[in-house]
Design a protein around this ligand. Sequence first.
Ligand code: MG
Length: 299
Amino acid sequence: MKLATFRYKDQDLVGILSSCETKVYPLSTLGLHAMDMNDFIDQTAKDGSLLGSVAGKASKLDATEEAGLLLSDVQLLSPIPFPKQDIICLGINYAAHAVESARFAKDDFGGERTYPLYFSKRVNEAVAPKGVIHMDEKIMTALDYEVELAVVIGRDAKNVSPENAFDYILGYTILNDVTDRTVQTRHKQWYFGKSLDNFTPIGPYIVTEDCFERPPVLKIQTTVNDELRQNSTTADLIFGIPYVISELSAGMTLKAGTIIATGTPEGVGMGFQPPRFLSKGDKVVCTIEGIGDLENTIG
Ligand code: MG
């Protein structure tokens, strides 16, 4: 099941995609009400049977031709436009990306790591699918893309074992961990260079966990102006999703609605020699098998 946030007649609504993915059913047509996706996630966290009943109602509507809004008549927004907390991100979590990063800036990215590298990313408002990443050339001089599989936690997780980790996942989405490499590397910590306004496109949908294998093994790609730049598989994650949820939840409660970005594979702009950073007018499309395309332009 694909969960969406969308704008229709000046209202921002949450809905479920029809099985043929041409229409979206607003939650109200399923007898539900949620202020936004965060509210809906909280409701599913409290009522473990809610997602299943929503899926059942949506599949009944699939048989009714009049039900739902045409996707072409709505404007998709990021599924979680206003995350409740900073995004938890993994750095250097694909081996080949570790090599290209160290080649670009050895002091900042090189070295052996026994434990995952965690950092956070502030998101005042997630950029929508087809939205513009505004490039402020006064501060952004080395703008880069990073396609990532993002995990959305579905219920509060504390002391979760790796074996049970998938039971705490609502679903998956695509996150472009947009970064300015100059700002990232000139400060000791990465927070600022990862958190500038418009640096977090998320979407197009949250696809529920039941649609995937455990763990999900998915093709993950980025094109820039239709040229394939990143082309990998989530099978290559160094620290896998169960490990990460178990390790983090042993020390901190992962609240429902938490977003964890699992890291990016090789092929980012700083990995090329010379580096190939983004410019105004570029079209960046991040794609993950089974989730969709997250397309944005630099403006
Ligand atoms: Mg990243």
